[in-house]
Write a protein that binds this ligand. Structure first.
Ligand code: GDP
Length: 140
């Protein structure tokens, strides 16, 4: 498996509790390199575009409201097999189902306020990275 990039968001429930550094420590300990990172306040339009794939889901409105409820940290992570590796490090969507040691088991508050996002495919990783970063922002 070649070196790959994935897109990550540290969500508002985590930035609100000053957990950016603690989450980055778990990310880096797992061997993922943070090659780009920015703290931003997402606009509603940005959040709706980012989660457009979920627009028909019953929780879409709640999800968008949550993602703009405070600052987020958008990140690009690089590693061998980064997409699968970060999904493992994040843990299951619902923290009640997440494995010990995962970010969501350690920090998430609920299935909605679950501290982190990570891309689920190479195609989505490329689209998500391009929504928030230009190549010039990223340095391995
Ligand atoms: P992920 O890939 O593990 O982040 O999970 P999904 O792609 O299924 O869902 C995207 C995001 O929507 C999750 O990370 C949650 O923040 C949110 N979400 C998923 N299911 C629910 C739900 O049942 N209720 C609420 N409020 N939010 C949800």
């Amino acid at each position: 498996m070649a070196v790959q990039r994935t897109f990550s968001i540290i969500k508002p429930d985590a930035t609100e509790r000053n957990l950016t550094g603690a989450i980055n420590a778990v990310i880096e300990k797992a061997g993922l390199r943070i090659i780009g990172q920015r703290r931003i306040q997402m606009t509603r339009a940005q959040a709706e575009r980012f989660y457009a794939v979920h627009s028909a889901r019953p929780f879409f409105g709640e999800l968008v409201d949550f993602m703009i409820s405070g600052p987020v940290v958008v990140q690009v992570l690089e590693a061998e097999d980064a997409i699968t590796k970060y999904r493992e490090v994040m843990g299951a969507t619902n923290p009640a189902d997440a494995a010990e040691g995962t970010i969501r088991k350690l920090f998430a508050k609920s299935i909605g306020e679950n501290s982190v996002h990570g891309s689920d495919s190479a195609e989505n990783a490329a689209l998500e990275i391009a929504q928030f970063f230009s190549e010039a922002d990223l340095t391995s």
